[in-house]
Design a protein around this ligand. Structure first.
Ligand code: ZN
Length: 272
């Protein structure tokens, strides 16, 4: 399945096509990832690449798809300290529950945040490249399946983008991921978390702030509508990336405080 090499003919065609595209740039749609015009015969390779990677990747050129095929699952586990301990979880430490340290939030990170993955996540977050959702979610599902996470999850909650930011972009990236994962795993997506303020107000100063300050500034911004929907449930918390883990931690604390039984995190990648 993996196509590592590229034939001379393929390369020659690429050069020839880019030459033609230089001459007639307006004739072809651009690849949303590398920004190069789509090769004229791109459709020829699409059928199979499509089947391999999911669907909806028609806005990405075959060269980028080839790169996507070569991305390996890293399936790293990051752990973030929690402040809130759930009494429900404490009292029911029996049966087939996974051994989850309730003071920590385990976060499954599917891919390595570098090269192609980093570029595609950026385009997904800021450039409206939502066609990558099936590709991201298939990696995320694969990572969680090896850890048998879905056996211990009753509902999926996503880390929300603030309403004004989502409106500006036209989508909430974590919502899209959670929805797609819910659809393929048949676990219900319960969008109970909301973000009250635009985080953009803080981003300038946020990097300079300490982790504790940052977490305090985030605290008030998330709220849970209809906590009864997640009461007693084991939640999979989905976001695009995890950096310091402060956002995930804040949301997980909120979910547990709302009465959920346990939380496990899931992201595309861990940004170091
Ligand atoms: Zn491309």
């Amino acid at each position: 399945m993996l196509r590592t090499g590229t034939s001379r003919r393929f390369l020659a065609r690429r050069v020839w096509n880019s030459f033609l595209d230089e001459l007639f740039p307006e004739n072809r749609p651009y690849c949303k990832l590398c920004r190069k015009p789509m090769p004229a015969d791109a459709m020829g390779g699409y059928e199979t690449q499509d089947q391999m990677l999911g669907h909806g990747l028609d806005s990405i050129c075959p060269f980028c798809l080839q790169e996507a095929e070569q991305v390996k699952l890293v399936n790293r586990l990051k752990s973030v300290r929690l402040r809130h301990m759930n009494p429900l979880e404490r009292s029911s430490s029996h049966s087939s529950e996974p051994a989850i340290d309730i003071r920590n939030l385990p976060i499954v990170c599917a891919l390595e945040y570098s090269g192609f993955v980093r570029t595609s996540i950026r385009h997904f977050k800021y450039d409206g490249l939502t066609a990558l959702v099936p590709w991201f979610t298939s990696a995320m599902i694969e990572a969680t399946e090896t850890r048998r996470v879905f056996e211990h999850v009753d509902g999926i909650v996503h880390v929300p983008t603030s309403a004004d930011r989502a409106k500006k972009r036209g989508y909430d990236q974590a919502h899209l991921l959670a929805y797609a994962i819910a659809k393929s795993t048949r676990i219900s997506h319960i969008p109970v978390l909301f973000r009250s303020l635009d985080a953009g107000v803080f981003t300038q100063s946020q990097t300079a702030k300490s982790k504790a300050d940052r977490s305090a500034s985030l605290q008030g911004k998330f709220f849970c509508k209809q906590p009864e929907l997640i009461f007693g449930k084991r939640i999979l918390l989905v976001d695009d990336v995890v950096t310091t883990g402060t956002t995930m931690q804040t949301c997980a604390d909120l979910i547990l405080k709302s009465g959920a039984k346990s939380v496990i995190g899931l992201v595309i990648a861990y940004v170091r």
